[in-house]
Write a protein that binds this ligand. Structure first.
Ligand code: IPM
Ligand code: MN
Length: 361
């Protein structure tokens, strides 16, 4: 029995979360496990009503769950940063979800903006460090509002953060790399950095990467790319990539690029993972709250369904997870006309129904 916290959030978050929950229930029936769902109303509406984002007491409550399913955070009537920092980043930091795992996988039938690339070319994973870097919020202003104003924001990493992220990434490459998956003859971990300019932070990353790789993972091939070149190769030769590990800021940026190469925000999912014993992870579609589509039933729920699928995989429900992925591939390959909102050929709930029914078969 799994205790799952559900935070539908803002905009289209509730619509897509409802479909993910529908599929989750179908999978639980079919694969013989139980889920107990508890919904929380954190998001823009609650903030405007009460001034509360994610209170400390809620963080303590969330610790009691096996996992968290999140819809979307971001409201057009709330200033940017308040909900993002107050809810999403607060949850990631407070629950020490130090890995942001973002698969970049092109499913069959999904239109890809890269010329001549298909599902066999776009199939890799980004391990984004999720607690440090520019996201720590260290910085400030002086002389604010004057022509001499100075603004500073620091990229911060310590060895501990880097090592635990690298450990996860090497293990991931060992267990899920191309060789492990039977689609290549090596498992490869690539570090994405900027050692030619960020000569402190990515020097630390590169030393730690090579030390750990040499000492503990001699069979895993190590590649290194600067972040700008990473972007170029993600477009030109995505088939080169297997597992990429990078810091928080670069990881944020390159995974939006990755998402668009796999069909966009309608399909891209990620997991904020605390892999430690007793850690509580949180799964979410990468796309935002898409306010302009709210309530119309046109948004694609597959990203939320894929996030829930990752949740089941992380919980160890591998059969159910594999089945859901197979059904998603069937639906993208045989059913949906497009991944884009309003162009799927089906409504949001019809897509959810279709996946749930196939999972139950
Ligand atoms: C993401 C988002 C968030 C991030 C924002 C909303 C704070 O862009 O999950 O990638 O920067 O991590
Ligand atoms: Mn982002």
């Amino acid at each position: 029995m799994y205790k799952i916290a559900v935070i539908p959030g803002d905009g289209t978050g509730p619509e897509v979360t409802a479909e993910a929950v529908k599929v989750l229930k179908a999978a639980a029936d079919k694969f013989d496990f139980k889920v107990e769902l508890t919904e929380f109303d954190f998001g823009g509406e609650r903030y405007m009503r009460t001034g509360e984002t994610l209170p400390d007491s809620a963080v303590e409550e969330l610790r009691q769950f096996d996992s968290i399913l999140l819809g979307a955070i971001g409201h057009p009537d709330v200033a940017p940063g308040i909900l993002e920092k107050g809810i999403l980043l607060k949850a990631r930091f407070a629950l020490d979800q130090y890995i942001n795992l973002r698969p970049v996988k092109l499913y069959p039938g999904v239109e890809c903006p890269l010329k001549g690339k298909g599902p066999e070319d776009i199939d890799y994973v980004v391990v984004r460090e999720n607690t440090g870097d520019l996201y720590t919020g260290i910085g400030g202003f002086t002389m604010k509002g004057t022509p001499q104003e100075v603004a500073v924001q620091s990229a911060v990493y310590n060895r501990f953060q880097v090592d635990r992220c690298l450990k996860y990434a090497f293990e991931y490459a060992k267990n899920h790399g191309k060789k492990a998956r039977g689609v290549g003859d090596e498992n490869t971990l690539a570090l994405c950095g900027k050692t030619n300019v960020l000569t402190y932070v990515y020097d630390l990353w590169e030393r730690a990467f090579n030390e750990m790789g040499e000492a503990q993972y001699p069979d895993i091939r190590r590649d290194y790319y600067h972040v700008d070149a990473t972007c170029m190769w993600m477009v030109k030769n995505p088939e080169w990539f297997d597992v990429i590990v990078t810091g928080n800021m670069f990881g944020d940026i390159i995974t939006d690029l990755g998402a668009i190469t796999q069909g966009g925000m309608g399909i891209a999912a990620g997991g904020n993972i605390n892999p430690d014993k007793g850690g509580v992870s949180m799964f979410e579609p990468i796309g935002g709250s898409a306010p302009k589509y709210t309530g119309q039933g046109v948004i694609n729920p597959l990203a939320a369904i894929c996030a829930m699928q990752m949740m089941l995989e992380t919980l160890g429900e591998n059969k159910a997870a594999a089945k859901i992925e197979e059904v998603v591939k069937f639906v993208t390959g045989e059913k949906l006309e497009s991944m884009q909102a309003g162009r799927m050929g089906y409504s949001t709930s019809q897509v959810g129904d279709m996946v749930a029914e196939k999972v139950a078969e």
